[in-house]
Ligand binder design. Structure first.
Ligand code: ADP
Ligand code: ZN
Length: 729
């Protein structure tokens, strides 16, 4: 295919507008490259697009308009184009929606803008004050690099006028520079930590993979604290040595501060960051620099996969089993799977790191599709915590208490030694149910088929589905009786209340994603807790993910059975992962840890394998069950949600689809439903669910597309297809 178009040549442009086709334009004066980001007229507006291919010319030539301008951005790489196409096909999403994901940075259509920067000049100052000396020192420390006025005055701890004064004398030079500057150089050859023999062996395997320059995936398994991060940072280093870019995906942005510090310690400067907590300016800079090669490492959330890397050599998916890698809104994709796709097209390597891999990855490694590396021991003297079940059937607790006497004693023992305890409960808010003792009504959301959760810190009821809130009523909304509403069941806020009463002298900290106004506030709180500013930490799954709490020696799981309820295909896997992960928080440093699991079913096979720590056996058994049921990863699934404000419309459509299942039967797939979705109403829309089950090796997506095209969608009906669904709501 042509990769350059002269003025007037026809080009096919993919825009970010929801149109299901390419649009033909004429290349502008000066021509344009294949992959160029352009601004094109569409009706009365200008829209962003990419020159995707040669134009077809099957349109009245005289009516074809010209590309308005070629944007000052690196053209999209060929492998990125293919990636977006394949990802669109895989997720059954329009390509334009994929392009929107790939252009989510502000100001991409703006002309290149400049700003003033400062670097050392040639003259000497007439008079050397202390403040002036600090400015010159700061500049010299960085060997002639330029800084903005704000950066420089902050580094030197002086006011802007001091810098301006030095500019007048020619001691500091003021220059115009592009607004978006490359990121500082990261040096792969700075010394890393001395790896243990086991770590070094694993690192060497990864280095080899990087050197091969071909696609492959490695599953890097190892208990929390075994040094997986140290090991994959060596793969990153090798990638940098080969002048390629590395992307590290983290599941939780609250983790990124700690991780960014480790990257800086290893490579001597800060890497680029990409997630919702990053400022718009920084986002634009990262997006542009990734495309120009001015960013060697990006640390990011799942959407960083859609950045326009110039030459990608490595993608690390840390905590690869984490459910937050599945995007559950808009384009439904699993970043772990898309990372593998992206890398395979870019001839890059993938490292999937986890203490408790997903069954999908474990199976791929067993089958030899992925290479497998295992780190068996924790670094240093740290050992895995001792785990024990607390059988709650033997415990008589009042209905408003959840911490058993034995767990309370264990916490007290830690308090005496000045160590930290974590009480884990994966439930936000104060109480999951507000019940009227007079009529039995449970207060629900007006727009969703969900109960509202009391959040006492903000004194409101909150719907965890749609976010709607309302004040806690005095009287029951159903029977009108006053003063009989009761909170039933615990959330972390209620547990905090209990802990405050049980341990009156302890500093109790609650970590729940909804209790912090910003990612920054949450990060700061986590950092201060890690430094010892709390004795008892009460947390949701937020704390399960890789934070280092060196003083933590006890983990108490309030309700180990919570995840085992419900019919979710992955309930056992999730519980296993979460319990192992949370327990791994204890005893990281030189203090041995203990994990106590409160449970009403200590004989449950999942609880037993958690306690036994026999991971291979758990995965083998779980794999066997799934193989037997022909469900993922041994079969394929797709969830289809039909929604509409009119309940009859969605059921009619569902029934029509169920009748028209020929395209699915042709590939040996079955369709189940329509049935009310587990949450039958969200935001006032009724939801009906269909489930497609298919054998592993069939072409599922084209069959689903053909199947869905057999029906006509009425007004206000929405169809969402979720390939490989992770959650069933
Ligand atoms: P994981 O990613 O498996 O949880 P980390 O890489 O975070 O493990 O290692 C746990 C802790 O041990 C970190 O503080 C890390 O810096 C430290 N550590 C691991 N390996 C080494 C090593 N070889 N030398 C020094 N410190 C190490
Ligand atoms: Zn709601």
């Amino acid at each position: 295919m042509k990769d350059y178009f002269n003025e007037g040549d026809l080009v096919a442009v993919l825009t970010t507008q929801p149109l299901d086709r390419f649009l033909d334009y004429k290349a502008p004066a000066g021509g344009c490259h294949l992959g160029a980001f352009v601004e094109v007229p569409l009706g009365p507006r200008m829209v962003l697009g990419v020159v995707w291919a040669e134009g077809k010319g099957d349109f009245d030539l005289s009516r074809i308009r010209a590309v308005n301008k070629v944007l000052d951005l690196a053209p999209m790489q060929a492998d990125m184009q293919v990636f977006l196409e394949r990802a669109a096909d895989y997720t059954l999403t329009p390509l334009s929606a994929m392009l929107r994901l790939a252009t989510r940075a502000p100001g991409l259509t703006d002309p290149p803008s400049m700003r003033k920067v400062y670097r050392p000049g040639d003259s000497e100052p007439d008079r050397l004050t202390d403040a002036r000396r600090r400015v010159m020192q700061a500049l010299n420390d960085y060997g002639g690099l330029s800084f903005t006025l704000k950066e420089l005055s902050e580094m030197a701890g002086v006011s802007a006028s001091v810098v301006k004064g030095l500019v007048k004398q020619g001691v500091v030079r003021e220059e115009e520079a592009p607004r978006d500057l490359p990121y500082p150089y990261l040096d792969p050859d700075l010394a890393g930590k001395d790896l243990t023999a086991e770590q070094d062996e694993a690192a060497e395997v990864l280095r080899q993979e990087i050197r091969s320059g071909a696609y492959s995936t490695t599953l890097l398994r190892g208990v929390t604290g075994s040094g997986k991060t140290e090991v994959y940072l060596e793969a990153v280093a090798e990638c940098l040595r080969r002048r390629k870019q590395a992307l590290v995906l983290l599941p939780e942005i609250a983790l990124s501060a700690e991780f960014m510090a480790r990257v800086e310690a290893r490579f001597g400067a800060r890497a680029a960051e990409w997630h919702s907590g990053v400022t718009m300016t920084e986002r634009r800079r990262t997006w542009k620099m990734v495309g120009q090669g001015g960013a060697q490492i990006v640390v990011g959330a799942r959407s960083a996969l859609f950045l326009p890397f110039l030459d990608l050599g490595l993608i690390v998916v840390d905590e690869e089993h984490d459910t937050s890698y599945k995007q559950e809104d808009g384009v439904l994709y699993n970043a772990r799977d898309m990372a593998v796709l992206r890398a395979s097209l870019a001839s890059a390597h993938v490292v999937l790191a986890s203490a408790t891999p997903s069954l999908e990855s474990w199976t791929n490694a067993e089958a030899g599709k992925y290479e497998k590396l295992v780190l068996t021991s924790r670094f240093g003297s740290a050992v895995l915590p001792k785990m024990r079940a607390l059988d709650m059937r033997d415990v008589q607790l009042p209905s408003t208490r959840w911490i058993s006497p034995e767990l309370a004693r264990a916490v007290e023992a830690r308090l005496e030694k000045g160590e930290q305890s974590l009480l884990f409960l994966n439930r936000r808010g104060f109480a999951p149910v507000t019940l009227c003792r007079a009529c039995g009504e449970q207060i629900g959301c007006d727009h969703c088929d969900a109960r509202m959760v009391e959040h006492r810190f903000i004194k409101r009821l909150v719907c965890h589905q749609c976010g709607e809130t309302k004040p806690l009523p005095e009287a029951c909304p159903s029977c009108g009786v006053e003063g009989r509403l009761a909170a039933v069941g615990p959330g972390v806020e209620r547990l905090t209340e209990e802990a405050t009463v049980l341990f009156p002298d302890a500093r109790v900290a609650t970590l729940s994603s909804d209790l912090f106004g910003s990612a920054r506030a949450l990060k700061e709180r986590i950092a201060s807790i890690a430094e010892g500013e709390a004795d008892v930490i009460i947390g949701t799954q937020l704390v399960a993910k890789g934070h280092n709490f060196p003083l933590l020696t006890l983990v108490g799981v309030i309700d180990a059975d919570l995840g085992l309820q419900g019919s979710d295909l992955r309930a056992a896997e999730r519980t296993f992962q979460l319990m192992r992960q949370v327990s791994g928080r204890a005893g990281r440093a030189d203090r041995p840890g203990e994990a106590l699991l409160q449970t009403y079913q200590p004989e449950h096979p999942v609880i037993r394998s958690i306690l036994a720590g026999d991971e291979e056996r758990f995965w083998s058994a779980e794999a066997e069950e799934r193989r037997h049921a022909a469900v993922p990863p041994f079969g394929r699934m797709a969830g289809i949600i039909l929604s509409s404000p009119e309940i009859q419309d969605v059921f009619d459509l569902g029934s029509a689809l169920a009748r028209n299942d020929a395209p699915l039967r042709k590939i040996g797939a079955q369709v189940f439903g329509p049935a009310p979705a587990p949450i039958a109403r969200i935001r006032g829309r009724h939801r009906v669910r269909m489930l497609v089950k298919a054998p592993k090796s069939v072409a599922l997506q084209p069959a689903i597309a053909a199947w869905l095209s057999t029906v006509r969608l009425g007004k206000n009906i929405r169809v969402t297809v979720d390939i490989d669904p992770q959650s069933f709501y």
